[in-house]
Write a protein that binds this ligand. Structure first.
Ligand code: TRP
Length: 473
C-alpha cells in the first residue's frame, strides 16, 4: 500500500494502539458482564478457566489478529482476501467468508451492547439527580425502579438510539481524532476509581467470602467452560476481526507482542477488580435477603451499586463519575464494534466513511430495537427462548448475546487460529511479530504452538462437548 493511501486510512500514534485496543477490550464485558456470569457459574472454577482461556487462547489470537491487520492494512474481509491472494494460500478467496462472519458478529453484538450502554447513561443521569436532590433509594425500591426502567419501551429505545448516535458521530470523525485523546485520559481515571472501590470493599463484611467465592475450586459444566471461553473472546474483543481492524492502523515501529500483552493484562485486571467489588456487596447481604434483593444478578450494577456509593463519604461525587466512566468504557468498545463493520464498507465496497457510518449505524440501531424491547417491555420478546439453549439465554436480547458470544466468536477465533497457525507461513508471522520488537521475539515458538494446536483443539473440544450436552462435574 502506498504511503499516501495508508495516511488516508489513518495510523495510531505511539501509545494510540495500546490505548484504543485496551479501550475496545475494556468495557461492559469487564464491569457488567464478567461479574454476573461468574456469579451465575458459581465463581471459582469458572474464573480459573476464564484466566486459562485468556492466557492460552485469547492472548495468542490477539497477536494473530493484530499481525494480520498490520500486515495487510485492511479490515477483516479485505485482510483475508489479500493474504489469500498474495500468499496463494489453500482455500483462496473463500477465507473472505471468515471476515464476513466477523462483520456479522460485530453487527449482532453492537445491536444489544448499545442497549446496555444506554442503561449506563441513564444511570449516570439518575445519579446526578440523586447527588443533587438527595439519595432516596433502599434495596427494594432500587430493584423496582430498575425494572420499571427496563419495561419502558420509550426509554429503552431512546437511550439505545442515543448511544448509537454518539458512537456514529465519533466513528465518522475517523480513527485518530477523538478516540486516542479520550482513552488516554479516561482509562487511568477508571483504574484509579476502581482501585478505590476495591480498597473500600476490603472493609465490608463480605470481602472474605467474595475472595473465596472467586478463587475456590468446584465442579463445572461444559456449558460453563464454553461460557468462559466465549467471554475470553468477548472481553478481549477477539474472534470477529476487531483487532485485525485496529491492527491495520498500527505503525510498523510498534511491537505487537508487547502491546498485546499489556492489553490482555489490563483487561483481566479490571474484570477481576470489578468482580471483587460486586461480590463483596453480594456477600455482605445475608443469604435470605439475597435472592429478593438481587433478582437477576445481571442487574447488580444498577440496583445495588448505587446504594453502596451513597453509603460512602464521597459517594455523592463518586457515583455519577463512576457511571460516566463506565459509559466511556462502553463507548470505546462500541466504537470498535462499529468500526469493524464500517471499515468493511470503506475498504471493500469503497463507500465514504460518512456514508458507511450513517447507514451501518442506522441498521444496527434498528436491529437493536427487538433487544431493547425484550428486557421487560414486550412479553413475547422477553420470554423468547430457542429450544436447546440454556436458561441464561432467555429473551431476544439473551439469545443474540448467547449465540454471538458463545458460538460466533469462538468459531471466528478458530478460523483465525487456523489461518495464522496453519495457512500463513511461519516466516511471514515471525517477521510480523518481530517487526518493531527489536527484531527478535523469543516466545515465537510458544506462540506458534498455541495457535496451531492449543487454540484449535481447545475450541473444537469445547464446542463438541457442548453439542453433546456434557458436563465436567
Ligand atoms: N470487549 C468489549 C467488552 O468487554 C466488547 C467488544 C468491543 C467486543 N469490541 C468487540 C467484543 C469486538 C467482541 C468483539 O465490553
Amino acid at each position: 500500500m502506498s504511503e499516501q493511501k495508508s495516511a488516508e486510512r489513518g495510523t495510531f500514534g505511539r501509545m494510540g494502539f495500546i490505548l484504543a485496543a485496551a479501550g475496545s477490550a475494556i468495557g461492559l464485558g469487564n464491569i457488567w458482564k464478567f461479574p454476573y456470569i461468574a456469579y451465575a457459574n458459581d465463581g471459582g472454577s469458572f474464573v480459573l478457566i476464564y484466566l486459562a482461556a485468556i492466557l492460552l487462547v485469547g492472548a495468542p489470537i490477539m497477536l494473530a489478529e493484530t499481525l494480520i491487520g498490520r500486515r495487510t492494512q485492511q479490515s477483516p474481509v479485505g485482510a483475508f482476501l489479500r493474504l489469500a491472494i498474495e500468499e496463494k494460500v489453500p482455500g483462496g478467496r473463500r477465507w473472505g467468508w471468515l471476515g464476513g462472519l466477523g462483520v456479522f458478529a460485530g453487527l449482532a453484538i453492537l445491536s444489544y451492547y448499545a442497549v446496555v450502554a444506554g442503561w449506563v447513561v441513564y444511570y449516570f443521569l439518575h445519579c446526578l439527580r440523586w447527588s443533587f436532590q438527595g439519595f432516596s433509594g433502599d434495596a427494594t425500591s432500587l430493584v423496582t425502579e430498575f425494572q420499571g426502567f427496563l419495561a419502558n419501551p420509550g426509554l429503552q429505545i431512546g437511550f439505545h438510539g442515543l448511544f448509537m448516535t454518539i458512537t456514529v458521530l465519533i466513528v465518522i470523525l475517523g480513527v485518530k481524532a477523538g478516540i486516542e485523546r479520550t482513552t488516554k485520559f479516561l482509562m487511568p481515571v477508571l483504574l484509579v476509581i476502581l482501585l478505590a472501590m476495591v480498597l473500600n470493599s476490603m472493609r465490608s463484611p463480605g470481602f472474605g467470602d467474595a475472595i473465596s467465592f472467586l478463587f475456590h475450586v468446584g465442579p463445572i459444566h461444559a456449558s460453563g467452560v464454553l461460557e468462559a471461553l466465549g467471554h475470553a473472546f468477548f472481553t478481549l474483543s477477539l474472534g470477529m476481526g476487531a483487532m485485525i481492524t485496529y491492527g491495520s492502523y498500527v505503525s510498523r515501529g510498534q511491537s505487537i507482542p508487547r502491546a498485546g500483552g499489556v492489553i490482555c493484562l489490563l483487561d483481566t485486571l479490571i474484570a477481576l477488580m470489578a468482580a471483587v467489588v460486586m461480590f463483596s456487596i453480594i456477600f455482605s447481604v445475608p443469604l435470605a435477603e439475597r435472592a429478593g434483593t438481587f433478582g437477576r444478578s445481571s442487574t447488580i450494577l444498577f440496583t445495588t451499586l448505587p446504594r453502596m456509593f451513597y453509603d460512602l463519604p464521597a459517594g455523592t461525587l463518586i457515583a455519577p463519575v463512576f457511571y460516566l466512566l463506565v459509559a466511556f468504557a462502553a463507548l470505546t468498545s462500541t466504537i470498535s464494534l462499529l468500526e469493524v463493520v464500517v471499515a468493511y464498507f470503506i475498504d471493500v465496497r469503497e463507500w465514504s466513511r460518512r456514508k458507511a457510518s450513517l447507514v451501518v449505524g442506522a441498521i444496527i440501531f434498528l436491529a437493536g430495537i427487538p433487544s431493547a424491547l425484550s428486557v421487560g417491555a414486550v412479553g413475547k420478546l422477553t420470554h423468547f427462548q430457542l429450544p436447546g439453549l440454556p436458561e441464561g439465554a432467555q429473551g431476544f436480547f439473551g439469545t443474540v448475546d448467547y449465540l454471538a458470544t458463545n458460538w460466533l466468536l469462538p468459531v471466528g477465533g478458530l478460523g483465525i487460529a487456523l489461518f495464522a497457525g496453519w495457512v500463513l507461513s511461519s516466516k511471514l508471522t515471525r517477521e510480523e511479530l518481530e517487526e518493531g520488537h527489536g527484531g527478535r521475539f523469543s516466545l515465537f515458538p510458544v506462540w506458534r504452538f498455541l495457535v496451531r494446536y492449543v487454540c484449535p483443539v481447545a475450541i473444537l473440544w469445547i464446542l463438541w462437548e457442548v453439542l453433546n450436552g456434557r458436563s465436567f462435574a
